[in-house]
Design a protein around this ligand. Sequence first.
Ligand SMILES: [Fe+2]
Length: 248
Amino acid sequence: MANPQPPAPGGALQLQALFPLAVGIVQLPLDPLDVAVQMQAIRELQGLAVSNPDPGCAWTGDLHGVGQLHRHPSFAPLISSLAGHAGAYLEGLGFGRSRVALHIQRCWPVVSELGQVVGRHHHPNAHLSAVVYLNGDGSGRSGCLRFFPPRQANELVPGLAVGHGGPILADAPATAQWNAPWFDLAPRAGLLVLFPASVDHAVLENEDPNDSRFSISLDLVLTAPKGEGGATAEYLAPHPGEWQEVTG
Ligand SMILES: [Fe+2]
């Protein structure tokens, strides 16, 4: 990144925003009939389970053997429609799209009932995370997706930005811009969200007594394109089609 324009002599201090975190959002055109079928399918996959198993934790399919939803006939068209957006996300970050292969590693439903949450976590097994919401009205009452900054360099003293009456003013606009301890994104039916899998996130409590919160999560992985063997950057794994399982 080049130096910014030099400020005018005698002018006020300027703050330059460096190193932004990229969260991709796009609104998908969901068919209400498809969504009804998908919700019913998720309920059937859930069976009698309604939590993880702690009653305060939302039911997540990955912990209940439901981790390949992209192969399910009721979901495959929706999930395959996400591919172009994931590619656009990569291109938006500066990736040469033909220089990497993108794989869906895992895809699972999440259902959060009244009072349930998903605790803070990230996805170290993946590179890119995605979630698409089957319902939600944008109010956040069914439970926002909360992102935590990987590091808060601007709080200067580690831990100050979480509040508790510290010197960083909780309600100041400057705090929201430079020292927010988190960012909350409200679910909306059809909203697709893409973000680095290394970023900590959580789902806040579902406070809607009239509706369960339905979403589909995805773990995606970047590898070298097929056929390139070891001729790519050492940090990028070869295409899984070139891997060999070691048995015995
Ligand atoms: Fe997650």
